[in-house]
Design a protein around this ligand. Structure first.
Ligand code: GDP
Length: 592
């Protein structure tokens, strides 16, 4: 907090969001009791631990004449590592290897590690910390040590993008396979450039050209095919052409002009985190801005700490870690989450203050903080509000033909306001990966002739991802069109509650007809919808106007109990009629 009362101007005080009354008074040199009394007189009951909110601040200004500016903690945090363009220097690339299973991702990671590892002298063996660096002709390259798109997309789902370049491994003897396609779509969704490594060129069945031709069909035109995607033929097993691959990484990163400012407080992304029996909570952080020094205080999500020790991928202690470096940090208050941002701050006190403020915010915002994603029936609102210009879809279907058809026709539904974009499409049921990709990219999943499994539906629910399933292509198209124009009807599902039989009909003054019933099955609730059945015939559908058990108004009556039911706006009930109760819920179509 700082104050300024020079030059006879209005005295000003700047305080950080979440500052309580006591700290505020201490800093300003006034007695908290006096201020509390003054606030009480204005009708505000507060204690010393109460935060200075905007309302309280304006009252204090009214009482004392001190103008108070409350600064946002998250703004302050995000500005810490803001780099001055003048101070930017080139930084080395961070690379993730993706591709189909068994195409040689792990072998390639190992081969590169063995031939080009940095700091060979320190023990020689790398430890698994989630990433490692290699040195190629004096330039460093950081490889994320978890191949595949799962970890990549999971990080992205948490708002973090740690990768600059994706190496797509395609086995020359196997060609483009389902996970190759998935990897392409995941990298594209993240906007990360792809470098193709056609692997296993040593095998007898190798046909690198065929693999490249197949890639062109997936929209990945490599240079040999007239495109601008760089590709290198390699053999991870024989360590053939690895230098050319590293050379190309260098070239692409030059083109990307990757830069950072080493002189600001460190900022990065948590790649992996674990609890070590001796060292306590540890996390590997990729530094994206600034330099992290041993002893720095930091925050990461709702964790804070002081970097008691830093280690590289060989377990070698470091005094500092710079741009694009993976570094294992010891000194977390608790294990952080992979994908959380990591930010060095002024001191431990600031770190604690920010984290306790974040925890408070999470508690306050808990019901709203649900990480909502786009749903089809909110699409129009989002378009109108200017929040959405794109409808991202993931398409899953039972057979190739229908998936292809949807791939062809859905983008044609794009309008001036909104572009329909297909992030990923494949045959087969909805997978966990689809949900993670949808969550990371705010996409909706459309299923054609498939029924997602319950665990997938549960995951979709917890990630707030919408899955819609259809059995008629026309209906699917129609829903998308309607959604884009705000005409989509919510999908409603009826849930049966119970039945009651009318034993007697009473005529009550003012209340009208009341049915004396016995609940035969389930329950009847005051808020349920009801239909009156006479034999097979539905006589009436509507609501309940009163529900009584004995003489009391009740909210529900269960099986084998008697009750009095009044029907809203209906006359003509008869003994022997059945009252069926149900509720209508708005649901995602996949749950139908
Ligand atoms: P991942 O599932 O993509 O990580 O694939 P792996 O790296 O585990 O490799 C799968 C299999 O392919 C292993 O048996 C490797 O030895 C083999 N392999 C990987 N690269 C090559 C290569 O360049 N040539 C040959 N002949 N085999 C390879």
């Amino acid at each position: 907090m700082s104050t300024n009362d020079q030059n006879n101007e209005t005295p000003k005080a700047q305080i950080r969001e979440g500052t309580n009354l006591k700290d505020f008074c201490d800093n300003l040199g006034v007695r908290a009791r006096d201020l509390i009394e003054a606030l009480n007189k204005q009708g505000i009951k507060v204690g010393v631990n109460h935060d200075i909110t905007k309302d309280i601040a304006s009252l204090i200004t009214k009482i004392s004449g001190v103008a108070i500016e409350i600064t946002s903690i998250e703004d302050e945090v995000s500005q810490l590592a803001t780099a001055d363009p003048e101070e930017l220097v080139p930084r080395s690339p961070v690379v993730t290897i993706m591709g189909h299973v068994d195409h040689g991702k792990t072998t390639l990671l190992d081969a590169i590690r063995e031939s080009n590892i940095v700091n060979k002298e320190f023990g020689g063996i790398t430890q698994h910390i989630g990433a490692y660096r290699v040195d190629y002709k004096g330039n460093s390259i950081t490889f994320i040590d978890t191949p595949g798109h799962e970890a990549f997309t999971r990080l992205r789902a948490r708002g973090a993008n740690a990768t600059d370049i994706v190496i797509l491994v395609v086995a020359a003897d196997d060609g483009v396979m389902p996970q190759t396609k998935e990897a392409i779509n995941h990298a594209k969704a993240a906007g990360v450039p792809i470098l193709v490594a056609v692997n296993k060129i040593d095998t007898t069945g190798a046909d690198p050209d065929k693999a490249k031709q197949q890639l062109s069909k997936e929209g990945l035109l490599v240079e040999d095919w007239g495109g601008d995607v760089v590709s290198v033929d390699v053999s991870a097993k024989e360590k053939t052409n690895l230098d050319a691959l590293l050379e190309m990484i260098g070239l692409i990163s030059e083109m990307l002009e990757l830069k950072g400012n080493p002189n600001v407080p460190a900022q990065g992304v948590v790649l992996e985190a674990r609890l070590d029996a001796q060292k306590g909570p540890m996390a590997t952080v990729i530094i994206q801005q600034g330099t992290l020094y041993q002893g720095d205080a930091f925050i990461s999500g709702t964790r804070f700490g002081k970097a008691r020790a830093l280690f590289d991928e060989h377990g070698k202690p470091l005094k500092q870690a710079g741009l694009s470096m993976p570094v294992e940090v010891m000194g977390f208050s608790d294990v952080p989450q992979a994908g959380d941002l990591f930010q060095a701050v002024l001191d431990l006190e600031t770190a604690k203050h920010i984290v306790s403020y974040r925890l408070l915010k999470i508690k306050e915002d808990a019901p709203q903080q649900r990480n909502e994603h786009l749903t089809l029936d909110q699409l129009f609102k989002a378009i109108e509000g200017g929040d959405t210009k794109e409808l991202s879809l993931i398409i899953k279907g039972d057979v190739h033909g229908s998936v292809d058809t949807l791939n062809d026709i859905l983008p044609n539904l794009s309008t001036e306001q909104v572009t329909v974009k297909i992030l990923h499409s494949a045959t087969g049921n909805v997978t966990e990966q689809d949900i993670v990709l949808a969550s990371a990219s705010n996409a909706i999943i459309l299923g054609y002739n498939i029924k997602p499994l319950q665990n997938i539906l549960d995951l979709a629910k917890s990630e707030h991802v919408e899955i819609r399933t259809y059995t008629v292509i026309y209906q699917l198209m129609d829903d998308i069109k309607k959604a884009m124009h705000g005409l989509l009807d919510p999908v409603l599902k009826e849930t049966y509650l119970g039945r009651a039989q009318i034993k007697r009909v009473f005529l009550i003054p003012r209340a009208g007809e009341v049915a004396g019933c016995l609940v035969m099955d389930g329950k009847i609730t005051r808020k349920s919808n009801v239909r009156l059945l006479r034999g097979e015939e539905v006589i009436h559908e509507g609501r309940i106007s009163s529900l009584k058990h004995l003489k009391n108004n009740v909210t529900e009556v269960k099986k084998d109990h008697e009750c009095g039911i009044g029907l809203d706006r209906f006359k003509g009930i008869q003994e022997g009629d059945i009252i069926e109760a149900y509720i209508i819920e708005k649901v995602a179509p996949a749950e139908l």
